[in-house]
Write a protein of this length. Structure first.
Length: 289
């Protein structure tokens, strides 16, 4: 999805855009805040709607099925936790459990501002994170809090940004924070990878709450993280205008890709390629040797 209220369907083999669908999503700064979500079993898609709502589409007919209204800030992500239940998170400091068919809000969890969600259906849990480095492990069907962690601010080691990049990012370029904007599960199911605004992706042990590994190299906020378990690789995207590929087993950077100064919107690892979104484009990037 992009900030102009469109969902794009792509043929991965050819790179052809086969359909563009109009939505009613309104994006501040022309940048979509909502992480597009697909539920393959019944072919449903969740996308942002207006500013503070989200919507469910049927992916065959692209008929709008249900609108979910109740958040008071932008909805950042949502996921199906069962065929008839959805969990959403927002910067309004709530996670909400919804009836997928009626749009009724069944439960609201009051917490910190939330910007990232990682689901784990096999263990009946999900993780939400956001402001001040706060991470919460939840029961995915009830939103009961199972554990709470605080990820500390790291002191990033990186090459300085160019003057041109500083100007493009703006005055906040040198202001790291503990804000967490992206999450991914480690293949062992006991660790979580946090993409943070202190420029440093971190490996969090959910049994102890300790940070066990850091990957240094980004020079600005880490906005997207993805794990490739077979290759044992971590891929991160940052508003420093780069995508980096790391070893999951140590802190070695195996490859870095410049995106011409654009911020990375999202990452998808599929087959032999890394797919990344930036403003106006979907890019295909080969894995480094």
């Amino acid at each position: 999805a992009n900030g102009l209220g469109r969902i794009f369907l792509w043929e991965l083999a050819s790179g052809e855009c086969i359909r563009a669908l109009a939505t009613e999503a309104i994006c501040r700064d022309a940048d979509p805040a909502f992480a597009l979500t697909v539920e393959p079993e019944l072919g449903r898609v969740l996308d942002g709607h207006r500013i503070r709502e989200f919507v469910c589409f049927d992916s065959v007919s692209w008929k709008r099925l249900t609108v979910y209204a109740g958040h008071t800030e932008e909805v950042r992500a949502a996921t199906f936790v069962s065929a008839d239940r959805i969990v959403s998170i927002s910067g309004d400091s709530t996670a909400r459990l919804w009836d997928a068919w009626s749009g009724e809000c069944l439960r609201t969890l009051d917490t910190n501002p939330l910007y990232a969600l990682a689901d784990d259906p096999s263990h009946g849990r999900l993780v939400v994170a956001g402001g001040r480095g706060n991470v919460q492990l939840l029961d995915r069907l009830t939103l009961q809090v199972m554990a709470t962690f605080q990820v500390p601010l790291a002191k990033a080691e990186h090459q300085p940004l160019s003057e041109a990049r500083k100007k493009k990012i703006g005055i906040v370029w040198d202001r790291p924070s503990a804000h967490i904007g992206a999450l991914a599960w480690h293949p062992d199911g006991e660790h979580l990878i946090c993409g943070s605004w202190d420029f440093v992706p971190k490996l969090l042990d959910l049994r102890t709450g300790r940070v066990e590994q850091e990957w240094h190299g980004h020079a600005h906020w880490v906005d997207a993280v993805a794990v490739e378990p077979t290759r044992r690789r971590l891929v991160t995207g940052s508003s420093d205008g780069t995508i980096r590929v790391w070893s999951l087993d140590n802190n070695q950077c195996l490859g870095a890709y410049e995106l011409g100064g654009d911020t990375v919107g999202g990452l998808l690892l599929h087959g032999s390629s890394i797919y990344a979104t930036r403003r106006g484009e979907l890019l295909e990037i080969p894995w480094p040797d």
